[in-house]
Write a protein of this length. Structure first.
Length: 551
């Protein structure tokens, strides 16, 4: 992009911040500009009155806010000199008509002559009138331009230019001179901010200007290219220029909207100066189309337009232009190449490549896409696209239109902005963002349905498993109940056996007690028996013993 100029005061051509002394003014004597010493003859009015008059004059000059401030900051002496100079011009020192209506009526008269097929009745007078109007539009106060526009001057001017275009098959010298003057009038009108706004707002003005590119006259081509290139720099103008070039394609029945200017860039006119001038204007226009408008911010949009120029062979033509060895032309060529290399490097970084993408190789570009998309969800769609391209009919009479349709649709998808606006031509009334959003919703719905089916399947499997587990649980519960019953029976038997055992032990204990008692009694009886036997053996028994024995 052009480097930003350093701040050099209120005007870049001056050496310091102080404006120079104004001692001369420019005077137009019947089209010849001369310098005249500026010597105010009236005394300077009071400062307040001078400021009011000078402010009105500055408003008439249609200056930018910065230049207005610089003008209003001038010393009183310089303000008065400028004021006297402008008023002297407006008081009738030139041959220009102060009324825009006079020029509009003259143009209507010229237009009537064209419609009556008598274009050579007074071409010299017509040209003088148009040249005067051009000078007036350029030099008269801002109110003159406003009056010209309010009196439908722009529509009359464009109608006359349309009439010239309609008879372009017979370009006589007078026809060419008239055409040149009309383009010059449009340039002068567009140098005014109000005039420029009206031209841009007019539905067919830029299209009509673009039609002048069909002229064989180099000056007319250059003037039209300069206007179109300048419009690219104006907000909203870039789209107007692209639409105008599309209109020009249909107007000249060409294959591509930029084919005509590429042909002008390639062909030789025979005159070195004219040829270099035309080719410089073409390259300046091409760079303006690529560098301004949406191309200032969008890499995709710049590449989109540059591909269109490259498809028309501009690269090969530019190589031949180097032979002219013209410094100005070479700067435009270098600027084109510089921006192209920067964009190609940025595109390579986007695809994480070590070298630039070869846009002239279908195999190379497909390989880049394949490697970039091979492991993504987009790869099946790339395959589907290629598969359906193979199914196109092989009727070569209509097949190019199929490919053109695909090309235009993809271009529209790539260049459409987030808010749905199209900076270039659009063949379908579609909102790419909205469609992508709907497709994303559709994919989400499909994914949700798939997930629901998977969950339903998992739920069915889980239900089967739960039923099986319930059966196993019932079986285990039955086994548990059986075991509990067996345990209870065993406990009952154990209790009975325990009770019987205790009872048996009690009986055994009782029997042991009886046994012990009997043993004690037996022991006593044995001792008694032994005692009695001892007494018997001794032959004497006590009486009590005898009594016991008797008893």
């Amino acid at each position: 992009m052009p480097a930003i100029r350093a701040n050099r005061g209120w005007c870049g051509c001056l050496q310091d911040d102080e404006p120079p002394e104004i001692t001369y003014c420019v005077v137009d004597h019947t089209g010849t500009l001369t310098l005249q010493t500026l010597t105010p003859t009236q005394p300077i009015p009071p400062e307040d009155e001078l400021d009011i008059k000078f402010a009105e004059l500055v408003e008439e000059l249609d200056l930018t806010a910065t230049n207005k401030a610089a003008m209003l900051a001038l010393p009183s002496q310089k303000k008065w000199q400028i004021y006297c100079s402008r008023k002297k011009d407006q008081d009738g020192t030139t041959d220009l008509s102060p009324l825009p209506e006079n020029y509009i009526e003259a143009m209507k008269g010229i237009l009537s002559a064209w419609e009556e097929e008598n274009p050579d009745s007074s071409p010299a007078a017509w040209i003088r009138t148009l040249e005067g109007m051009k000078t007036a539009l350029r030099t008269q106060p801002h109110s003159f331009v406003q009056g010209f526009l309010e009196s439908d001057g722009l529509s009359t001017l464009l109608s006359l230019l349309e009439g010239v275009h309609a008879s372009r098959q017979t370009e006589s010298p007078s026809h060419t001179a008239l055409h040149t003057s009309l383009i010059g009038c449009l340039k002068a009108l567009m140098n005014n901010s109000t005039g420029r706004a009206h031209v841009l707002a007019h539905p067919t003005a830029i299209n009509t200007i673009a039609q002048s590119l069909a002229s064989e006259n180099i000056k007319i081509k250059v003037a039209a290219l300069e206007i179109l290139g300048a419009v690219c720099l104006v907000p909203g103008g870039h789209k107007k220029v692209l639409d105008a070039m599309t209109h020009y394609q249909a107007y000249t029945c060409e294959r591509s909207r930029f084919q005509g200017i590429i042909n002008d860039l390639d062909k030789s006119t025979g005159e070195y100066r004219d040829e270099v001038c035309l080719k410089t204007a073409v390259m300046s226009f091409v760079n303006a189309v690529l560098s301004y408008g949406p191309g200032q911010e969008s890499l995709e949009f710049r590449l989109h337009l540059r591909y269109e120029f490259l498809m028309l062979g501009i690269q090969h033509v530019m190589q031949k232009l180097r032979r002219h060895d013209n410094q100005t032309l070479d700067r435009h060529l270098d600027f084109f190449e510089m921006l192209r290399k920067e964009d190609e490097k940025e595109l390579a970084r986007k695809f994480e490549l070590e070298k630039d993408v070869d846009i002239n190789s279908a195999t190379g570009m497909f390989d880049v896409l394949r490697r970039k998309l091979s492991h993504t969800a987009a790869y099946p769609h790339l395959l589907s696209l290629l598969q359906h391209l193979l199914l196109l009919p092989l009727d070569y009479g209509c097949q190019p239109q199929h490919w053109l349709l695909f090309d235009r649709i993809v271009q529209q998808i790539v260049t459409q902005t987030e808010n749905g606006s199209n900076h270039d031509i659009s063949i379908l009334n579609i909102d790419v963002k909205e469609i992508v959003h709907l497709l994303a919703k559709e994919e989400e719905l499909i994914a949700a349905r798939t997930k629901a089916e998977e969950l339903e399947k998992e739920n069915s499997e889980l239900a089967t498993k739960v039923a099986k587990k319930e059966q196993e649980l019932d079986q285990r519960m039955q086994e548990k109940e059986d075991l509990e019953a067996s345990v209870n029976r065993a406990k009952e038997r154990l209790e009975k056996e325990t009770a019987a055992h205790l009872e048996a032990r009690q009986r055994v204990s009782a029997l042991e007690d009886v046994k012990s008692e009997l043993e004690d009694r037996l022991s006593i009886e044995e001792r008694e028996k032994k005692r009695l036997e001892a007494l018997l053996s001794m032959g004497s028994l006590p009486d009590d013993t005898k009594a016991e024995g008797l008893t």
